[in-house]
Design a protein around this ligand. Structure first.
Ligand code: MG
Length: 259
């Protein structure tokens, strides 16, 4: 049987059109911002670029002024810029990008009353080989999770796909940070765990929209909250994150945050 909350998670065709539009705007802006992320550029420069492009597209930043669970204050920027050991929610500063950095850009867009959310991890200049592997593994974990989506599969199947990709590379899944449902609000039910057992948890149904965001660490899977509300690995290990907003379709998944 279906519970009321499961029915609530199913988007109507009209809602899906709006989310698709938000996702298109997001992915165009995010690729432009990613292309600008180079040595010498500040994190603030990237945030300003994202803000300008949002304005041009008559869209708004889903994260600006948003206070996620556990945060002490609303997020002060459009773009999350998380460097090296910072996993998520990094606040853009005057810090200049340097060769060897790994940078996570996490971006939420609201358009026509609906949201989309996506993230990428970038290598700035040449980075350590281990860092390159970490980025590759995290991107692959997201691809495997998306490939596992089909009506009748469960959130546990997604988590299992992410977890087994991470362990094949010898990396850890970051604890305590998860993906989420998405729609009118950028964070909706259900929580989308990056670990799981095949067949366990909520069953996927056509019309569900999820933000899937594997986060992998080179060392400790544990994070601590920093003064700016961002989360960093407790041992200073590098971390990577990739994220897409997807729609569960009749046959699989449609990635809403891809050009
Ligand atoms: Mg997200």
């Amino acid at each position: 049987f279906e519970t009321a909350s499961e029915i609530f998670m199913i988007k109507t065709p009209a809602e899906i059109l709006k989310m698709r539009a938000a996702g298109k705007i997001l992915s165009r802006i995010l690729s432009e911002v990613a292309a600008a992320a180079d040595e010498g550029v500040t994190l603030k420069d990237l945030d300003n670029l994202a803000r300008g492009l949002l304005k041009k597209n008559r869209a708004t930043a889903a994260f600006l002024g948003y206070k996620p669970a556990g945060a002490d204050r609303p997020f002060p920027a459009a773009l999350c810029t998380s460097l090296n050991d910072v996993v998520v929610h990094g606040v853009p500063t005057r810090r200049r990008l340097e060769e060897g950095d790994i940078l996570k850009l996490d971006f939420g867009v609201s358009y026509g009353g609906y949201s989309a959310d996506a993230a990428v991890t970038l290598a700035i200049g040449r980075v350590r080989e281990k860092a390159r592997h970490l980025i590759k593994a995290t991107e692959e974990a997201l691809a495997k999770a998306i490939a596992a989506i089909k009506p009748g599969k469960t959130l546990g199947d997604l988590g299992y796909a992410i977890m087994s990709t991470a362990s094949a590379y010898g990396f850890k899944i970051v604890k305590g940070l998860v993906g989420h449902g998405i729609g009118k609000k950028v964070h909706e039910a259900p929580e989308v765990f990056n670990e799981g057992r095949p067949g366990a948890g909520l069953e996927l149904k056509p019309g569900m929209t999820l933000a899937i965001e594997p986060m992998l660490s080179l060392g400790s899977p544990w994070v601590r909250k920093l003064a700016d509300d961002s989360y960093a690995t407790v041992d200073g290990s590098l971390a990577a994150q990739f994220e897409h907003t997807i729609l569960v379709t009749e046959t699989g998944a449609e990635v809403l945050t891809m050009i």
